[in-house]
Write a protein that binds this ligand. Structure first.
Ligand SMILES: [Zn+2]
Length: 139
């Protein structure tokens, strides 16, 4: 299955790039603050970022990568990250609501990863993603 990983590839090509993630860690889509929703050009930049599951930091570039990880492996990583970040507690979610939050976070990330070729570098803006660098490994 394909996943999204933090990458430094193509990062810095845009003046508003940032990358505070651990290279290669699994990333997903984080929460977007009201400041960015109201004024993306002058917000904090979170609407352009992917969220690192391990570091809890962000990057504007993600690499689509085919791995041998199972969906259960990636789900555990997502659940652990959301739990570590306090999201599953602070929102006072029921166990069913917490499971749904994990599933929605996982499903969106996996759907995006599945859409692109292995090796593609992508960017994001709110709920959209786009190619920053085409895969050089696919034909
Ligand atoms: Zn923000």
């Amino acid at each position: 299955m394909k996943i999204l990983q933090a990458t430094s590839l193509d990062n810095g090509a845009r003046g508003d790039d940032y990358n505070w993630c651990i290279e290669g860690e699994i990333v997903t889509f984080g929460f977007i603050c009201d400041r960015d929703r109201r004024d993306p050009e002058n917000g904090c930049g979170c609407s352009r970022g992917f969220s690192g599951l391990a570091s809890h930091h962000a990057t504007t570039t993600a690499l689509v990568r085919a791995t041998t990880l199972s969906e259960d492996d990636v789900r555990l990583a997502v659940e652990s990250s959301l739990s570590d970040g306090g999201w599953l507690r602070s929102l006072s979610l029921s166990p069913q609501e917490a499971d749904r939050m994990v599933d929605e976070t996982l499903d969106f990330m996996l759907d995006v990863a599945e859409y692109y070729d292995d090796g593609t570098v992508i960017g994001t803006s709110f709920d959209c993603t786009y190619v920053r660098r085409h895969s050089t490994t696919s034909v």
